[in-house]
Design a protein around this ligand. Structure first.
Ligand code: SF4
Ligand code: SF4
Length: 108
């Protein structure tokens, strides 16, 4: 599989089976504002985005009647720092894609 031309057609880095995947800092929590407790929670002394159906709870998966799913971050402007620094095409992005794309495609 090759990297899709658009993150909206990928969404791989928003998926994980781990409940401690998307780290939320104190600053991130403040930036989430009224959405913080709905979308993030504490596990022990650290906060993470909640996970749902194998992906971040803030990810909306739109499934058109024709064509592949579209992966949409519903809090793009408020997303945590860890999501901001993962640049498309970076080694981290490519590593995420290589290790999880098949799994995400199967789920889609
Ligand atoms: S940053 Fe990379 S892994 Fe994440 S959605 Fe975009 S192309 Fe996919
Ligand atoms: S906050 Fe947005 S970009 Fe970050 S993992 Fe969740 S859905 Fe993906």
């Amino acid at each position: 599989m090759s990297l899709p031309g658009d993150c909206l057609r990928c969404g791989v880095c928003c998926h994980s089976d781990s409940s401690e995947y998307v780290w939320v800092t104190g600053y991130d929590w403040t930036r989430l504002g009224g959405d913080a407790t709905r979308l993030a929670h504490f596990i022990g002394s650290r906060a993470f985005m909640r996970m749902k159906n194998g992906h971040c709870a803030a990810l909306e998966v739109r499934r058109p009647t024709v064509g592949p799913p579209v992966y949409f971050c519903t809090i793009y402007e408020q997303r945590p720092e860890i999501c901001r620094v993962l640049a498309r095409g970076s080694p981290e992005c490519l590593s995420e894609f290589e290790t999880k794309a098949v799994h995400v495609a199967r789920a889609g």
